[in-house]
Design a protein around this ligand. Structure first.
Ligand code: F6R
Length: 616
C-alpha cells in the first residue's frame, strides 16, 4: 500500500502560482485512498533537502506543518499505510540518510531490512525510525561512500541488487540538484511526461493535473527524471521507452468529487455511465473473440480474485454454468496454493483485479503461468501488473475509482464477465443465435436498470440507515445468484460501517445461523427472480424468531402480503437473471454508504483498509 509521488519542473510558472509544497499536497490527495495514516514531503530548496512529515491525514498534517510555504521546483511525497512500524511522526516518510543529502519515499516491503540494518548499524549508521524504508537511504549513503567517483545511479543499482521484497521508490539526492531517482519492483510506479515538467507516481490520478502522457514502469527498471529528461535503465542497459509512451483518457474531473460529499457516492452514481462505456467497449474489443475461443478450447477454467473481485468471479462462475453449461473452479487469490498442483497446460485462469496490482492475485497469476496454463486478466487499469503479466487482457471502462470500497468497478466487472459468459454460450453452441442476441439485448439494459435502482432505493437506504447504525450484526440472505450477490452486499457493510454482516444462502441459514436471530436482529433478503416461494418461507422463519426483516424487491406487494411489517427496499422490475446484479446491488451500496454517514465515518477511507493491497 502507500502512495508515492515526485515532481520536477523547469520553472515555477509550471505550478501556476502554487508553491511546490502545495503541489505535492494536491498530488498526494489524489493518492490518499492508497493509505492515510501519515504523510510527508521532501523538497530541494537552495541545494538542501527540506523534509516535513507527520502522523495524520493529508490536510491535517499539511496545515499543521505548513506544506504550502515550502518553495522549490523538485520534490517527492508519500501517503502511508503502515506495515513496518506504527503510524507516528518518525515512521512517516520521507526517510533520510545520516548526512541528510538523500531523502526517499517507498511503497512496498523490504523483507531483508533487519539484516541490512544490523550491518549498517555496525558501520556507525544511526537509524531514527522502525521502518524497513529507512535502511534504503543509509544503504545508498554507504554505497556512495565506498569510493568517491561513483555516480548515484550506480550506487542505486547496487542497492537494488541487495534489496529483497517489493518497492516503488522516489529519491532526492541534494548533490545532483533538480532530479528525482526512481526504481520499481512489484509495487506500481508510473512516469508522467509533461511539458517542462516530469513526474512519478504510484497511480495515474496523481499525474493528471500535469499530463495524461504516461510510461508505466516494469519490474527491475530504475533511473531518473529531470524537467526535460527521462532516463530508464534495466541492469546495465539503457531502456528505449519511446514505444511504451501511452496517453490515458482519464480526466481530472473523473478524479475529483465534482460536488458529491464523498467519492463513494459519486462512484455509485457514475455506475450507469461506467456500465454503458464498458458494455459498448466490449462490443468492439479485438481481444474478446480470441479469449472466448481459448475458454471454449480449454480443459479447465479457473477463476481468481480478492475481495470484491472474487465476488465478481463467482457471478462469472454462475453464468458460465447457467448460460454456457461449463463448470469452473473459483479460488480466492491468496489460496492459489490449493490449486496450482492440479493445473495443466491447456487450462485457463481468469484473473480479476480492478487495480491490476493486488499482490495476492499477481502471485496466483505467476504460479499459474509456471504450470504452462494461460491467464486472462480482467482489470480496470491499463498496463497494470496483472494484465501485463497475463497472456490476454480485457479492460473494464469504469474510470478511476477513488473510494476504497469497490462500487462501480464491481458492476463493470460483472457486466464484462456476464458478456464473456454469453459469448461463451454462443461460441460453444449452447445458445442459438436468437437466444444469444436476446441475452445481449437484455444485458444492454444494465445501465438503465442501475440508474433506476439508485433512484428507487436511495430514500429507503437513507431512512433505514438511521436504525441500522445501532446494530452490531446482521445477515444478508439469498438463493442462487442472490446468495452470491449477498456476499458483495455484506462486504460493503463490513468494510464501510464496521458492522458484522454475514452473507449466507437462505436455505442453509436454518442449519446453524438462525440460532443468532432474536428480537431486533436485522435479516436482509434479496428477493431475486427464481426461488421466490422458498425465499418467502425463509423470511417467515426469521420473522417468527422476531428478526427484523428487510427485503430488496421489485415486488413490494408480494412481500407485504406475506410479512406485513417487512421493511422493503424497492428495486426496479427486470425479467431476466442476467440483470439481477444491477437491480439489487446499488441498493446495498447505498445502504452501506448511508449507514457510514449516519455513524460519522468517512466512507471513502475506511479504517485499516487501503485501495490497492500490495502486501501478502
Ligand atoms: C472491497 C475492496 C477489496 C478489493 C480487493 C481486490 O470493496 O475494494 O476487497 O476488491 O482488495 O482489489 P483488486 O480488485 O484491485 O484486485
Amino acid at each position: 500500500m502507500c502512495g508515492i509521488v515526485g515532481v520536477t519542473a523547469a520553472d515555477s510558472s509550471v505550478f501556476q502560482g502554487k508553491t511546490i509544497g502545495r503541489v505535492l499536497r494536491e498530488l498526494l490527495k489524489m493518492l490518499e485512498y492508497r493509505g492515510y495514516d501519515s504523510v510527508g514531503i521532501a523538497v530541494i530548496s537552495d541545494g538542501n533537502i527540506v523534509v516535513r512529515k507527520g502522523k495524520g491525514k493529508i490536510d491535517e498534517v499539511s496545515d499543521k506543518l505548513k506544506f504550502d510555504e515550502i518553495t522549490g521546483l523538485t520534490g517527492i511525497g508519500h501517503t502511508r499505510w503502515a506495515t513496518h512500524g506504527v503510524p507516528n511522526d518518525t515512521n512517516a516518510h520521507p526517510h533520510k540518510d545520516c548526512e541528510g543529502s538523500i531523502a526517499l519515499v517507498h511503497n512496498g516491503i523490504i523483507k531483508n531490512f533487519s539484516e541490512i540494518k544490523k550491518k549498517l548499524a555496525g558501520k556507525g549508521h544511526v537509524f531514527k525510525s522502525d521502518t524497513d524504508t529507512e535502511v534504503i537511504a543509509h544503504l545508498l549513503e554507504d554505497k556512495l561512500s565506498d569510493h568517491n567517483r561513483k555516480t548515484f545511479l550506480t550506487a542505486l543499482k547496487e542497492v537494488l541488487e541487495e534489496l529483497e521484497g517489493s518497492y516503488a521508490l522516489a529519491i532526492l539526492y541534494s548533490r545532483d540538484g533538480e532530479r528525482i531517482y526512481f526504481a520499481k519492483k512489484l509495487s506500481p510506479l508510473i512516469i508522467g511526461v509533461g511539458n517542462r515538467v516530469n513526474l512519478v507516481a504510484s497511480d495515474i490520478p496523481a499525474l493528471l493535473e500535469y499530463t495524461s502522457t504516461i510510461i508505466p514502469l516494469k519490474d527491475g527498471e530504475y533511473g531518473w527524471i529531470s524537467p526535460d529528461k527521462i532516463v530508464i535503465k534495466y541492469g546495465d542497459e539503457l531502456v528505449d521507452y519511446k514505444a511504451r509512451i501511452k496517453t490515458v483518457d482519464w480526466s481530472i474531473e473523473n478524479v475529483s468529487k465534482a460536488g458529491y460529499p464523498h467519492f463513494m457516492l459519486k462512484e455509485i452514481y457514475e455506475q450507469p455511465l461506467a456500465l454503458r462505456e464498458t458494455f459498448y467497449g466490449l462490443q468492439s474489443d479485438p481481444n474478446l473473440e480470441y479469449i472466448v475461443e481459448r475458454l471454449v478450447e480449454s480443459d479447465k477454467v479457473y477463476i481468481t480474485g480478492a475481495g470484491t473481485s472474487f465476488h465478481a468471479g463467482l457471478v462469472f462462475k454462475y453464468f458460465l454454468s447457467k448460460i454456457g453449461g461449463r463448470a469452473s473452479l473459483p479460488f480466492i487469490s491468496s489460496e492459489y496454493m490449493q490449486v496450482t498442483e492440479e493445473v495443466g497446460e491447456n487450462d485457463v485462469l481468469i484473473a480479476i483485479s480492478q487495480s491490476g496490482e493486488t499482490i495476492d492475485t499477481l502471485t496466483a497469476v505467476r504460479s499459474f503461468k509456471i504450470t504452462g496454463g494461460k491467464v486472462i486478466a480482467v482489470s480496470n487499469v491499463l498496463e497494470s501488473a496483472i494484465p501485463r503479466e497475463s497472456d490476454f487482457a480485457i479492460y473494464m471502462r469504469a474510470g478511476p475509482e477513488i473510494g476504497v470500497a469497490a462500487t462501480k468497478t464491481y458492476l463493470t466487472q460483472v457486466i464484462t464477465l456476464s458478456y464473456i459468459a454469453i459469448q461463451y454460450g454462443y461460441k460453444s453452441g449452447r445458445l442459438t443465435s436468437s437466444e444469444y442476441r436476446d441475452l445481449i439485448e437484455k444485458l444492454s439494459y444494465a445501465p438503465q436498470l442501475t440508474e433506476s435502482s439508485i433512484r428507487y432505493s436511495e430514500p429507503f437506504a437513507k431512512m433505514y440507515s438511521k436504525d441500522l447504525k445501532y446494530k452490531k450484526s446482521m445477515y444478508i440472505l439469498g438463493r442462487g445468484l442472490g446468495s452470491i450477490l449477498a456476499l458483495e452486499a455484506a462486504l460493503k457493510v463490513k468494510e464501510i460501517d464496521y458492522i458484522h454482516a454475514e452473507a449466507y444462502p437462505a436455505g442453509e441459514s436454518k442449519h446453524g445461523p438462525i440460532a443468532l436471530v432474536e428480537k431486533g436482529f436485522p435479516v436482509f433478503f434479496l428477493y431475486t427472480l427464481n426461488h421466490r416461494a422458498e425465499l418467502v418461507g425463509n423470511m417467515k422463519e426469521m420473522h417468527s424468531r422476531d428478526g427484523e426483516i428487510y427485503v430488496s424487491t421489485p415486488d413490494q406487494e408480494a412481500i407485504r402480503d406475506s410479512i406485513r411489517d417487512a421493511r422493503v427496499i424497492p428495486v426496479p422490475i427486470y425479467d431476466n437473471e442476467i440483470l439481477e446484479p444491477y437491480a439489487h446491488i446499488p441498493a446495498y451500496q447505498l445502504l452501506s454508504y448511508y449507514i457510514a454517514v449516519e455513524k460519522g465515518y468517512d466512507p471513502d477511507k475506511p479504517r485499516n483498509l487501503a485501495k490497492t493491497v500490495t502486501v501478502e
